[in-house]
Design a protein around this ligand. Sequence first.
Ligand code: PLP
Length: 427
Amino acid sequence: MSALSTWTKSELEALQAQLTKELGLQKGNRLALDLTRGKPAADQLDLSAGLDDAIAGDYFAADGTDARNYGTLAGLPEARALGAELMDVSADDVICWGNSSLTLMHTSVDLALHGGLWEDGRRWSRAHPPKMLTPVPGYDRHFTICEAADIEMVNVAMTEHGPDMQQATRLAAEDPDIKGIWCVPKFSNPTGCIYSPECVALMADLPNKAAADDFVVMWDNAYAVHDFQFPKTPLSPILSAAREAGTENHVILFASTSKITYASGGLGFLASGANVVARVTRRLGQLSIGPDKVNQLRHARFLSGRLEEHMAAHAELIKPKFQAVEETLASQLGELDIASWSTPKGGYFVSLDIRPGLASRVGELAASAGLNITRPGATFPYGNDPEDRNLRIAPTFAALSDVKAAMQLLTLCVKLATVEQQLGGQA
Ligand SMILES: Cc1ncc(COP(=O)(O)O)c(C=O)c1O
């Protein structure tokens, strides 16, 4: 098969007829396939059944704290140590809170806006409006936090080594209303890239280059240990680079066990310089008299000394699904030269770029045949992919046989939409 751009009109029409027929057959199968959900599948959740036994009537932490009671706002020492292992920082830098790192991100943004992260009068709400840099394609829930807080988003291009740091630095240096940047530094959502050491060093120094004196790097390391192969690929430690650059109170790291143990019953972590850790801890103390330390204790016991082994077991379950995605994309779209996609070495997503103007059409075609894909546009702020070309594939939750069927159907839709567009252009 040759590149689709070289096909004649009659060849394209024959292919369109064949693809339309295939899609009609698929519709008849009344499928209910779903590639939208970046969730662990049930067999992954089963890997953490041992959490149930980790307490076994012993509620006392290593330092003697009774985990059942109020207090210990920054978290139990052994849970902070687990966060330190995930984020490559020291336990003193860490707050371990309840389920969901997103809550901690929201709290941090809210503090930066209103109370001030440094308690010295600086607060983002003084900007009109405050803005954040959003590397794209990116994670829709970061965009939601900004939208909910009336923070304007300014797109920065992603490269395979992280955000385009020349662009990010220029934008931040020019506009004092730009107050921060969102980052998913390892197995980025959705492109799967790992930020290079150069990118991490530049990011740690970005608060020094920014025109705003209250610029913050939001470092959401949600996939810190979610490699497919071990020993894991390292990520340069940003907090130590930030300490060298004097920016440690302008870099906030996040992680969680949502995709290590239970997505609904895990631990969220935050790390930063001492001032920000103290400030956020005080704010959390206004929200609650203390986190769920029983959950912290059972997580620390369950994962202590065996995090890598546990993540390797996850990898064995999800690797075949990512392989199925890669194989179908390569076999169905490769030679036609109508798409490019990421081949991540970990994380939860594959990013698929098709020809401009086609993502929404593919979404429609797929839905018509019973396949749900992440809403086209969702990987961009305001749901607006300016080129309407990026699709996010999330293969972990579906059964392997469903992933295979879904990818056949998705690639069929991509081919059909592309042929339609090419024929339209030739008319
Ligand atoms: C980049 C990123 N950050 C955060 C989250 C959610 O984290 P949590 O469950 O800790 O709130 C996700 C979930 O998909 C994610 O992809």
